[in-house]
Design a protein around this ligand. Structure first.
Ligand SMILES: [Mn+2]
Length: 330
């Protein structure tokens, strides 16, 4: 796979011909949608458009320290109409922020995503599940809008690709990914500052909690299928005074277990919710997430549900075993 793809002319045209745009993304902030959103906002602003980037969630310092243009985003839903809503990385309307109704905000809805389970709900849909990060699509889009990449946009796009590819390691990273990254570096991205801020920012207590998680990790091997799992309770977060957004990288640490086909991290979240992150090495896993009302990418999916943490974890690990046993015997 070369990683080259076409930018649909209708999508480019829709961003050229109107005057005002509202950008929105899925709940559960991540580097890819935040970086893509900021870069697109800056490009459209340079083109003379009115652009509001609606970001109702708080942005972790690891990202806010290195990204430019956050002062131009809005935590409140603006009380005005727009020509178009651009939905970034929202596979379904239900993943948009609570109470957000795109059809009430604008007559035109652009759906811009790289999730496999995207439901093509937009008036114009540009969805490429094979692309590693939305930041790559945003990079190509900005080229097609004829906006020269500056350091600010390049940094936002670099953060998007860095965080969505496990630092350029996942299978969907292509030669074209690296060509795009080269253009970003050319535009002046401070790669050392970015990776220090994004990845080497843990408090000692976060690392101590990580130590506890690794100490308690369980490897469940049945019929040649191996699942490594761990649970993090609200009690342990409280005990170490760690916020949920500080442990987002824990699943990557779990993903170091050599023989694991799949890793599952289940944690208690505010509001009595249970959140699970699932990573798979060789087989699609989003079907399993869908059983629990979740979704995501083929090899990286997530679930948010209600219930007791150990019961959800057991059901999820069992479902992974069932699915993978089916797949490996097929
Ligand atoms: Mn993404």
């Amino acid at each position: 796979m070369t990683g080259d793809f076409q930018v649909p002319p209708a999508f480019v045209q829709a961003l050229r011909q109107h005057q005002s745009y509202l950008l929105v993304s899925h709940v559960g902030l991540d580097g890819d949608h935040l970086g893509s959103m900021l870069a697109l906002q800056q490009a459209l602003t340079i083109m003379g458009k009115r652009v509001v980037a609606y970001l109702p969630e708080s942005i972790p310092a690891s990202l806010s320290r290195i990204l430019y243009g956050l002062e131009n985003t809005s935590a409140e839903l603006p009380d005005e109409k727009f020509d178009a809503v651009v939905a970034l990385e929202c596979p379904t309307l239900g993943r948009m922020p609570k109470g957000f109704e795109p059809r009430k905000m604008a007559p035109l809805l652009l759906n811009f995503d790289h999730h496999q389970d995207n439901e093509n709900y937009g008036d114009i849909n540009w969805v490429l599940p094979e692309v590693a990060a939305l930041g790559e699509m945003t990079f190509e889009l900005i080229q097609h809008l004829d906006v020269p990449l500056d350091r600010s946009m390049a940094t936002a796009l670099y953060v998007a690709v860095l965080t969505d590819t496990g630092s350029f390691q996942y299978s969907r990273v292509t030669p074209a990914t690296h060509r795009r990254l080269a253009s970003m570096l050319q535009a002046g991205v401070a790669t050392d500052e970015v990776s220090r801020s994004v990845y080497r920012n843990s408090t000692p207590n976060v690392l101590k909690l990580l130590g506890r998680m690794l100490n308690d990790l369980t490897v469940d091997e049945r019929d040649g299928v191996c699942v490594a799992w761990a649970e993090i309770t609200q009690k342990s977060l409280d005990e170490y005074s760690v916020r949920p957004e500080e442990i987002q990288f824990f699943v990557d640490e779990l993903d170091r277990v050599e023989q694991a086909d799949v890793v599952v991290l289940v944690r208690e979240a505010p509001g009595g919710k249970i959140k699970a992150s699932i990573r798979s090495r060789n087989h699609p896993i989003n079907q399993v997430a869908a059983i629990f009302g979740g979704g995501g990418h083929s090899r990286a999916a997530g679930v948010t549900t209600d219930g007791k943490i150990s019961e959800i974890r057991k059901a999820l690990v069992d479902a992974v075993h069932t699915e993978l046993t089916k797949l490996t015997k097929a």
